[in-house]
Ligand binder design. Structure first.
Ligand SMILES: [Zn+2]
Length: 200
């Protein structure tokens, strides 16, 4: 027996596809939207529909941005010679929240996980090498997560970047093993950036 109206069930299924949202939360969110005025649901739909048309990738650091270059790459007060390599835009946001990093970024859009079909080609690695070869970068900080894919990605990058004329450093300890950068607290993350060590 179909208890929920199909339209509501469809919305629940869409919410449940998002990370961290189970069927229970998805149902709660959907029912909440249902109870609100129709204008709010229309507003939400409009925001969702505009998402991909208004947001693109910055052509320099590959983070999600409405402008190209993004606000960080376009900020001349930031050190363009210092580039922090992160897995996701969410990691960039976590580091930005610490307000302790004044360089720029490079977003890989994932971490190496060959078993799950994520190889070098799926990440913005070629773009990173191209950026370094274009000149003007003094140091690259590898700020991938302390997870297995994050560590594999960092060692791979270290390997290929040692052939380039750039200093490579790695975030200092303090980020617990298995931890995603974006979940690290501000203090730990600030210490990890300040205490970064030359990678070898
Ligand atoms: Zn950018």
């Amino acid at each position: 027996m179909q208890v929920l109206p199909p339209a509501l069930e469809a919305l629940i299924n869409e919410f449940a596809k998002l990370p961290g949202i189970g069927k229970k939360t998805a149902t709660r969110l959907s029912l909440n939207i249902m109870r609100r005025p129709p204008s709010e649901a229309r507003g939400l739909a409009q925001v969702l529909m505009g998402l991909h048309s208004s947001i693109r990738l910055c052509s320099q650091c590959y983070t999600f941005s409405e402008s190209d270059p993004c606000v960080i790459c376009g900020d001349i007060r930031r050190d363009a010679a210092l580039v922090c390599v992160v897995e996701q835009s969410a990691d960039l946001l976590a580091i930005e929240k610490t307000a302790s990093f004044r360089g720029r970024y490079h977003v890989l859009h994932g971490a190496l996980a060959p078993m799950e079909g994520v190889g070098v080609e799926e990440l913005k690695v070629r773009e990173l090498v191209r950026r370094i070869r274009a000149g003007g970068i003094r140091e690259v900080i590898l700020a991938t997560s302390s997870t297995v894919p994050g560590e594999v990605t960092a060692s791979y990058l270290l390997d290929i970047l040692q052939k380039e004329s750039v200093m490579v450093s790695r975030l200092a300890c303090g980020i617990p093993m298995g931890m995603d950068i974006k979940y690290a607290d501000k203090f730990t993350l600030t210490k990890a950036i300040e205490g970064r060590q030359t990678a070898q």
